[in-house]
Design a protein around this ligand. Structure first.
Ligand SMILES: Cc1cc2nc3c(=O)[nH]c(=O)nc-3n(C[C@H](O)[C@H](O)[C@H](O)COP(=O)(O)O)c2cc1C
Length: 197
């Protein structure tokens, strides 16, 4: 890859890696789009891991949520990150792989905070219709953290969604002219090209 493209790719990697370690980073949350039958569906999720070596990032979710059914039918995703500080938008495209009740999820579940574990313990499936308001947290842990044993009902719903990307669209806004380029990733090389901003 030419030096100019390499510098931009290094900047993307830095942004993603920093977002993993800094909870207030603008890229800590991102918009994840899947395909529902023929329509796009988009929602906010939290960035949980990033691998420069293996070209993926991850988020956590509940296996009962509609996005998991959508990704099972069609594992193509698009993910969008934007920072108003740096004015950099990054769009990733690729395919997802879901991890459920395996060594990866067991290890990760131990790193999930007790407070976040409550999100997977809801009696209702995320996005399910309710006849009246319900916080979708068991009453016993609505105002306290669950014990390890209590949170096991949450583990049964916990998944890691790994997003393997093969295309990255970078756009940086600048008064004197925006910068925009595409990176196409294959097994061991990355091709880059300028595209019209
Ligand atoms: C700031 C923020 C962070 C969120 N993080 C996640 C997340 O990491 N995983 C997740 O499944 N849902 C997360 N959600 C909820 C989703 O945006 C969405 O409402 C929910 O997962 C149901 O989506 P679905 O019906 O498309 O499956 C988050 C919402 C917000 C506002």
């Amino acid at each position: 890859m030419e030096k100019e493209f390499q510098n931009i790719y290094d900047e993307i990697v830095d942004l993603m890696e920093n977002a993993i370690s800094e909870s207030a980073h603008p890229y800590r949350t991102f918009s994840l789009a899947s395909v529902d039958e023929k329509s796009p569906k988009v929602r906010t999720v939290v960035l949980r891991d990033f691998s420069k070596k293996n070209n993926y990032f991850e988020f956590h979710s509940d296996i009962r949520s509609p996005k998991l059914a959508e990704l099972k039918n069609n594992n193509n995703f698009s993910a969008l990150f934007y920072s108003s500080q740096t004015k950099v938008q990054i769009r990733f495209n690729g395919k997802t792989k879901v991890f459920y009740d395996c060594s990866e999820t067991k290890k990760r579940w131990n790193q999930v905070t007790p407070s976040s574990k409550r999100c997977y313990m809801g009696p209702y499936s995320p996005s399910e219709s309710l006849s009246e308001y319900h916080p979708n947290i068991p009453e016993s842990v609505q105002f306290k953290n669950p014990s390890d044993k209590e949170s096991l009902i949450g583990y049964k719903n916990f998944v890691i969604v790994r997003c393997y990307f093969d295309k990255v669209d970078y756009l940086k806004l600048k008064y004197s002219g925006h910068f925009r380029c595409n990176f196409m990733l294959s097994d061991s090389k990355i091709d880059a090209e300028w595209i019209a901003p």
